[in-house]
Design a protein around this ligand. Structure first.
Ligand code: HEM
Length: 429
């Protein structure tokens, strides 16, 4: 998409499988969306997910709902998931998991400090964290004998994403009608996901929850605005979001730090000056770590975990001087903006300093890794807290070293995934 934007400009038309789209790679045009956003902004349909919900009579979550139903569910969850007051106290749980993860790394590193299948190990870390935060349940994923169900959940998320692509670009209805292997595998993966989520929710709610606000299921359920079926639908997506995205972002951050030793050293010094060595980092300490936040932001700019989002135009809209008809799908390509030298000088370089020095000159719409407006990522606060604390722990305890300097290309499979095993190793400080 970046190359297409270089060739065709900041906005162009494109047919994607069955639908027509307009591709957008410009912050000013993105701002137009925000200005014309209705009460119920709509992303492109993820049909196979909706079809699964209809097939099994399950509820949809925020990712796939639209209109009033989406609005009702977002209202019931927004304050609780986006309010620092609710999210910051989760630092204790994240730290508890990290205290297990550091010695776990010692065990899984080989004699050169390399970790086989780092992505899976980070998936285990994020699963352990998200379940502890959402349900107050530990899965022992960072011990020798972990629960099979959790591993199956992680595997099922990856399978579901893998089969989603072919179902989107060809007709999902035909796949379902002829019960193709793709449809069967996609269905099986969702069945496993829902099985785990239902068990987690039922178990947690069966325990006496009156007055408890110590984990997010209780917080969200405290005013009883959502039915049990709706809780299953929304938490399935929160759990998936929690497992895949943060692990993916962490990988890219580790890669950049391994290749930029001066940045890593400066980050270590900032962390050491704020977080005493005998104490775990806290949410309030993070307020004094601007360089840490810049390192994460810069990694998400150069290698965004989610490289695009979309909006379905609800009325004819003038974007960049073109009248785009209602119903058109607008794809917003984050990458096309964040790799553009016009918005980020020396865009291909990893330079966290730009967020310290030039932040007032950077167009805020040029870098929106969590999306924009009313449909912005609802897990943003939690993801940021998790990434910031995890990075503190990792940099405090390990040198993150580069194994080679060859390019690491990315595959886009919903998320942007490194195309090869990450060339980093870890060595205890
Ligand atoms: C939506 C990115 C972590 C749950 C989104 C969107 C993006 C995004 C780009 C689309 C926003 C839009 O269309 O404007 C990310 C990134 C993450 C992350 C980069 C981590 C680094 C999480 C986590 C959760 C989560 C941890 C769950 C706890 C969701 C949900 C939506 C969403 C439910 C749909 C919101 C709605 O439509 O109302 N995310 N996300 N995400 N994300 Fe995340």
């Amino acid at each position: 998409m970046f190359k297409y934007h270089q060739k065709f400009g900041k906005i162009f038309k494109m047919n994607l499988g069955f639908f027509k789209s307009v591709q957008i790679g410009d912050p000013t045009m993105l701002e137009t969306f925000l200005r014309t956003e209705s009460i119920y902004p709509k992303r492109m349909d993820i049909k196979p997910w909706k079809m699964y919900r209809d097939y099994r009579e399950e509820a949809c979550g925020l990712l796939i709902l639209d209109g009033q139903e989406w609005f009702q569910m977002r209202r019931a969850t927004q304050n609780k998931l986006m309010k620092p007051k609710e999210i910051f106290p989760m630092d204790l749980r994240i730290n508890e998991v990290m205290a297990d993860f550091i010695p776990y790394i010692d065990n899984i590193c080989d004699e050169n400090g390399c970790i086989a299948d780092l992505y899976s190990e980070l998936n285990k870390l994020s699963y352990e964290t998200i379940c502890y935060v959402l349900y107050n349940e530990r899965y022992g994923l960072l011990q020798q004998t972990c629960k099979e169900e959790a591993l199956l959940f992680i595997k099922s998320v990856k399978e579901m994403m893998y089969y989603l692509g072919p179902l989107i670009v060809s007709s999902a209805e035909l796949h379902k009608k002829f019960n193709t292997k793709q449809w069967q595998n996609h269905t099986k993966a969702w069945d496993n996901i829902f099985l785990t989520v239902k068990r987690c929710i039922d178990k947690s709610l069966a325990q006496n929850s009156v007055g408890k606000r110590d984990h997010l299921l209780h917080v969200i359920n405290s005013d009883n605005l959502l039915t049990r079926k709706q809780l299953y639908g929304i938490f399935a997506e929160l759990q998936i979001g929690g497992v895949e995205t943060t692990a993916n972002s962490l990988m890219w951050i580790m890669l950049h730090l391994s290749r930029n030793k001066d940045v890593q050293q400066k980050l270590l010094e900032e962390i050491q000056s704020t977080c005493p060595s005998y104490q775990a980092p806290t949410a309030s300490m993070l307020q004094s770590l601007p360089y840490l936040k810049s390192c994460i932001k810069e990694s998400m700019r150069l290698t965004p975990t989610v490289p695009f989002t979309s909006r379905t135009l609800e009325e004819d809209t003038n974007i960049g001087g073109y009248l785009i008809p209602q119903g058109t799908i607008a794809m917003i390509n984050f990458h096309a903006m964040t790799w553009n030298d016009e918005f980020f000088p020396h865009a291909q370089e990893y330079k966290p300093e730009r967020w310290m020095k030039d932040k007032h000159t950077i167009n805020p719409f040029a870098h929106t890794p969590f999306g924009i407006g009313k449909r912005m990522c609802i897990g943003r606060r939690l993801a940021e807290l998790q990434l910031q604390l995890t990075l503190c722990w990792l940099v405090k305890n390990f040198h993150i070293n580069a194994i080679d300097e060859e390019p690491v290309k990315a595959i886009v499979s919903g998320l942007m995934i490194p195309a090869r095993e990450l060339p980093v190793s870890l060595k205890r400080r």
